[in-house]
Design a protein around this ligand. Structure first.
Ligand SMILES: *Cc1c(COP(=O)(O)O)cnc(C)c1O
Length: 441
């Protein structure tokens, strides 16, 4: 499907916002005002994404996996849109609480949780008893019980099938995550003796796309089967459990490549409902989208500072690198790039020749490139580039390698842009050293 078709199909809330759909002048103004590299996150688009999820899954509990983007402004927008929060660490839980999520809308998914995290979470649960802890190992259940926790628990199951665009993001089949499927029923029943078991859960990793729909269906079907067994056991002496939900995780894919069609969300929803069925009345379906909520709501703006013709290729040096957006270096991920122009005296980008270029950042690593041999409107020194679909796992994975302060972020809310995270300063790099010198710790 072309951009134009997607827009025609649903002009009000299209299923994808491409980098070409952003307003070039607006982005150029923001870069002029706040400097680069700069993340821009459009909360209005975040709300649209929440709304499409609601429309496709009207009966499901929808939990935003906050690790995709934990900015306060995003968390508030998602909370106001009615989604719950799924947190993968104590730090994320802390930020979700600060953004106003109450315990009944908080889910903490422990993966080999550090003791410090468990202490914190159990403390929060005392004040917020409606919080749910999702657990993927018997050891973790024991560690919760050791801390006196007897509250709401959901058991994470490893269904043995996984989706994913890259080895490193495929979790369903990896032994790290969840209780092995063949032990799941027994572990869940025995957990119910110590905790209030409210659900079962699986997350297959990121990248449900049209080609992966079958493995999604299989995961959901396995969970549905397990749920039915727990709700009304076939074996004589097992007591039925009172589950509230079956959580089939996140991983809803987003088309990074310009010619990739967007996910047919209603079709995924139909396939999900069909595969999990039948669930008794009162048992809800739950989903945990992360990427889908925020990815196409964000771009990373970066300025061209060096253009170097070499015998093999044209290398375009920019002021953002893998420290600002790690996905290309870490996963070989594709991000669309658009030249917004702006170089002194240069023609508008659409009047320039498409030229194959490598776009490279300022980090001393060979992997520090955003694309190789990609045709862009011939970039010149001073141009502004927009790296698209950067709203998920973008700022979240930013780091200070090479002593690079992390970038600033602007949020657009109801069409108005405002800075929500200031650019880090050099002094931020050494704060943790200086406090040791000043305070001795
Ligand atoms: C990361 C994660 C998600 C969200 O994955 P996306 O691909 O961003 O949708 C959901 N659930 C769990 C448990 C996760 O770890």
């Amino acid at each position: 499907m072309s951009d134009r078709d997607a827009a025609a199909e649903s002009p009000v809330n299209p299923s994808i916002r491409r980098v070409s759909d952003w307003n070039a002048d607006g982005l150029s103004d923001l870069a002029g005002e706040h400097d680069t590299p700069l993340y821009v996150q459009d909360l209005d688009r975040v709300r649209e994404n929440c709304e499409r999820l609601r429309d496709a899954f009207p009966d499901a509990d929808i939990r935003y996996a906050v690790k995709a983007h934990t900015g306060r402004a995003v968390l508030k927008a998602v909370r106001e849109a009615g989604l719950d929060a799924e947190c993968a660490s104590a730090g994320e839980l802390d930020r979700a609480l600060a953004a106003g999520f109450g315990g009944d809308r908080l889910h903490y998914t422990a993966v080999n949780p550090p003791a410090r995290d468990l202490d914190y979470v159990v403390g929060v649960a005392e004040a917020e008893p409606d919080l749910t802890v999702t657990v993927g190992a018997v050891d973790t259940l024991d560690r919760l019980a050791d801390r006196g926790y007897d509250g709401r628990v959901c058991v994470r199951v490893n269904p043995g099938v996984g989706a994913g665009h890259h080895e490193k993001v495929r979790t369903g089949g990896a032994a790290k995550f969840g209780v092995p499927y063949d032990r799941a029923a027994a572990v869940t029943r025995s957990a119910a003796e110590r905790f209030e078991v409210v659900g079962i859960h699986a997350h297959a990793g990121s990248g449900i796309d049209p080609a992966q729909l079958d493995s999604h269906r299989e995961l959901v079907a396995r969970l549905g089967e397990l749920a039915r067994d727990l709700l009304s056991p076939a074996e004589g002496d097992a007591a039925p459990l009172d589950l509230e939900y079956v959580d089939v995780g996140g991983g809803f894919g987003v088309p990074y490549e310009e010619d990739e069609p967007p996910l047919d969300l209603p079709a995924v929803a139909d396939a999900t409902r069909e595969a999990v069925a039948p669930l008794p009345a009162g048992v809800d379906l739950a989903i945990e989208p992360g990427r889908y909520v925020v990815a196409d709501a964000g771009v990373l703006l970066t300025r061209v500072n060096t253009v170097k013709p070499t015998p093999d290729e044209r290398v375009v040096g920019v002021d953002a690198g893998m420290t600002d957006l790690l996905r290309p270096a870490m996963y070989g991920a594709y991000h669309p790039i658009r030249n917004l122009g702006g170089a002194d005296g240069a023609p508008a980008p659409d009047e320039r020749d498409a030229t194959p270029v490598t776009v490279a950042g300022p980090i001393c690593e060979t992997g520090d490139t955003f694309c190789n041999d990609r045709a862009l409107a011939d970039p010149m020194r001073g141009d502004l580039l927009a790296v698209g679909i950067a709203g998920a796992y973008g700022y979240e994975m930013a780091n200070q390698y090479n002593s690079r302060p992390r970038p600033a972020e602007v949020a657009i809310d109801d069409g108005e842009a405002a800075i929500v995270r200031r650019r880090e300063r050099m002094t931020d790099l050494t704060t943790v050293e200086r406090t040791v010198e000043e305070e001795g710790r």
